[in-house]
Ligand binder design. Sequence first.
Ligand code: MLT
Length: 258
Amino acid sequence: MTVELAYAEAGSGTPVVLLHAFPLSRVIFERQRNDLAAGYHVVTPDLRGFGESPLGEEGPSLDLMADDVAALLKNLGLERAVVGGLSMGGYVAMAMLRRHPQMISGLLLIDTKASADTPEARDNRLRIAEQVLQEGTAVLQPMTDQLLGRTTRAERPGVVAEVRRWLDQAAPEAVAWAQRAMAERPDSFATLAGHDIPAAVVVGEEDTLSPPDDAAAMAQAFPREAVTYVIPRVGHLSTVEDPASASATIRDALHHIT
Ligand code: MLT
């Protein structure tokens, strides 16, 4: 069963839904929602369990997250939208492509990857899921170094502090649920190869979680190679680390695919 997602929206024009990273919320697209409002109807949901959205009763599954987004779009009267996702949001976007391809007019994959987890990565997720339920979200603080690029860690202390605060605010149950859901996700390369849709890939130059090589592999997987944009001097959370550059890049990418 789907849950009703909290969301924010702005602007008018081609519908664009932006799906956030783990374990954050729509706050990571605050600037982009406003920056893109001239020309696009931008919808930024909180995925289930995060921000203001309920977690629901069902077991962990990215497919459920995708169904929630499809239900939200339908409730908003949007038959089709460009679906953009950053990291976990990208995994959800790829699940939407599997389950609701008719709703996707274009795909924007930001700092994400199409591969499944290695056994080690999977085990690590399951360990963190247990640990966060027992010890709380303090166990997530080391993620800050992975989420943010070296330039941000050295030069943007306000961003570092803000991301630390967001990590603290995540609900342990949602963190565990999402880790277990991501651990089960399939390889999505065949999904990308099977859909000849307009697509763009965006990656932070300093992203070590989904590095530029992962972005190139995704771009090449589409029947027609997707255009790729590399944002300089940012890591995994490009939309937060350098919001102006991320907005300009996403606008270019949207122009290319719509
Ligand atoms: C994210 O930013 O959403 C996470 O890095 C995704 C993941 O853990 O694979």
